[in-house]
Design a protein around this ligand. Structure first.
Ligand code: AGP
Length: 578
């Protein structure tokens, strides 16, 4: 969940690391730091806080040197404070390390190292690694010492390390269950947790595989497998432009990404799903695993497959290993925009014998290496912590898998029309920003959209929010609907409307403040506020019409409350711990 960046080359390392950390901040943003090597001396600056404030307060970019590592933290071990921020150094202050992941055997290693005289300055699990390298460096050359230290680690890690004692300017890398990608430049090399941080310098990348270690120098790179032997790893090129990972004039990435949906939906619809469809036709049972927003896309896929009479079910990835034992005849589909969500990767590993399919946005991500076939979203990088454009892209892929592309031609225009409701949505946001609870209701295939709208709402507004199939209200939740409590009804004119209308009336009779997204005049009349859906829409497209204004609603309530929707508290974009 933390963000790592490293650089070696002719450029000014501190500037490149600081710029990169700004791009990586969505991975974690409670503390930040960089270390650079200049004239054989190591300098570290770090503190708690966001990249912008810490880097300017500590004048990161005044640091000289052409090799360095940087880190933005999402705390797992130890409170948020300067000491626990990365980079961490050894006792001699000659070696600096940044780490993403969790070293599960850190207390055993820490006791061993303490007994050998090492002094620790933080409460983190990460610091043990740099002391371990220091210990082994006493008797072995740098690469051997690094490999030996890595061999002792249990758990997950993406690591970048450098040493002032090394005769060359080099970075040492290792990864297991945490992403780390090498950026191959001309006369310079980079590494980072995610591709967008390196786009300014290169479009050529090498995604390290599980257990890989690597050395970077300005002349090139070498990759080693966990047994220490040199291996070759495929280079990938991406056609993402730097501007795709920038705000492009919008106040927040989230708003840009919501608006981007009108373009990227076509890119997603162009994605090749023939291999995936063949796989899906071959198996009787389909298990779909995912987390958060991607789980809601998974629910939609399961729902549409079930409507076709197929045996399909969506599972929360982190629970999948506890409730299933998939057989060879089960196709397991993992959906993950990042392709790095630890819960999803773990769930896929839980089905060793099953054929597997991934739906992801990230070329070279870990999920692609765990499956037999991958469908890419083609949504471009998504930077806002709240998933928006990747959700509609996931829906587009799901729809293409089920209905084929022919029926979906009108999607870009529909999304554009729904985006045009922004000012109206903003006015509704003003009425909701002071509320403490919000409920979303829907029925049938609109229920996954209600779940997603509710997740988006709570994630960035900090207002308690829940979503239900409308029929469930009377089985308990109705006790919470009192005067003025918002009930947001996803009420398109499809086969679910009649029953949902009954639920809307039940809520209204208890004082509920009805906000509808609808193309039905009667529902509109019953509502205190309403967001219109264009009339005459093919009913299968309603989910797309529903989610876009509800993303905008969450965004505007968040902004009205003075929250940064791109960086909601306690969350991170890519959740690489279980
Ligand atoms: C969505 O807004 C969230 N930030 C979160 O639920 C996210 O969808 C989840 O962590 C799964 O991520 P993935 O798609 O990268 O696997």
């Amino acid at each position: 969940m933390c963000g790592i960046i490293g650089y070696v080359g002719p450029g000014k390392a501190s500037q490149i690391l600081t710029d990169g950390l700004k791009m990586l901040e969505y991975r974690g943003y409670d503390s930040v730091g960089i270390a650079v090597l200049k004239d054989g001396k190591l300098e570290v600056r770090k503190d708690k806080g966001m990249v912008e404030e810490v880097s300017s307060a500590l004048a990161f970019t005044t640091m000289g040197g052409n090799v360095g590592v940087g880190h933005s933290r999402w705390a797992t071990h130890g409170v948020v404070c300067k000491e626990n921020a990365h980079p961490h150094t050894d006792c001699t202050k000659n070696i600096a390390l940044v780490h993403n992941g969790v070293v599960e055997n850190f207390s055993k290693l820490k006791s061993e190292l303490s007994a050998a005289g090492h002094k620790f300055s933080s409460d983190t699990d990460s610091e043990v690694v740099v002391h371990l390298v220091e210990e082994y460096s006493k008797t072995q050359p740098p690469l051997k010492a690094f490999m030996r230290a890595i061999g002792r680690l249990e758990g997950s890690y993406a690591i970048a390390l450098m040493s002032a004692a090394d005769s060359e300017e080099r970075l040492f890398l290792a990864r297991r269950n945490s992403p780390l990608v090498i950026g191959v430049g001309k006369g310079e090399m980079l590494c980072a947790s995610d591709i967008p941080a390196m786009l300014k310098y290169t479009k050529t990348f090498v995604a390290l595989e599980e257990g890989d270690m690597a050395i970077l120098s300005r002349h090139g790179y070498k990759v080693y497998s966990s047994d220490g032997s040199e291996v070759s790893r495929k280079q990938i090129t991406v056609d993402w432009g730097v501007e795709m990972a920038q705000k492009g004039g919008y106040p927040h990435f989230m708003l840009k990404e919501i608006n981007d949906q009108k373009h990227f939906i076509s890119e997603s619809l162009a994605s090749d799903v023939t291999g995936a469809r063949k796989l899906m036709d071959k198996y009787d049972r389909i298990d779909i695993i995912a987390a958060g927003t991607s789980y809601h896309a998974g629910l939609m896929l399961a729902c549409l497959l079930q409507q076709q009479g197929r045996n399909a079910q969506a599972f929360i990835a982190s629970d999948y290993p506890f409730i299933t034992s998939p057989k060879e005849k089960t196709l397991v589909i993992g959906i993950s925009q990042s392709g790095e969500t630890a819960d999803v990767l773990q769930a896929l590993r839980h089905a060793p014998k099953s054929p597997k399919l991934a739906i992801t946005n990230t070329v070279g991500s870990s999920i692609t290496r765990l499956v037999d076939h991958t469908v890419f979203l083609n949504s471009g990088p998504e930077v806002g912590v709240a998933a928006t454009k990747t959700f509609t892209s996931q829906l587009a892929i799901v729809y293409k898998l089920i209905y084929g592309k022919e029926k979906l031609g009108g999607l870009p225009a529909l999304i554009e029309k729904m985006l045009a409701s922004e000012n109206h949505v903003k006015a509704i946001a003003q009425k909701l920003a002071s509320k403490e609870n919000v409920f979303f209701i829907a029925r049938g295939r609109n229920v996954p959209i209600a779940y997603e709208a509710s997740l988006k709402f709570k994630e960035i507004t900090y207002i308690h929010s829940e979503a239900y199939p409308g029929g469930e209200l009377k089985h308990g939740t109705l006790s919470l609907i009192t005067e003025g409590v918002p009930v947001i009804a996803l009420a398109p004119k499809d086969d679910t409307l009649q029953k949902l209308f009954g639920n809307i009336r039940e809520a209204k009779a208890r004082g509920g403040l009805i906000v509808s997204v609808t193309d039905d005049d009667e529902v509109r009349k019953e509502s205190a506020m309403s967001i219109p859906i264009p009339s005459g829409l093919d009913p299968i497209l309603y989910p797309f019409a529903l989610i876009v204004p509800l993303q905008l609603l969450a965004y505007h309530v968040s902004v009205l409350k003075g929250i940064n929707p791109d960086r909601p508290r306690n969350l991170a974009k890519s959740v690489t711990v279980e």
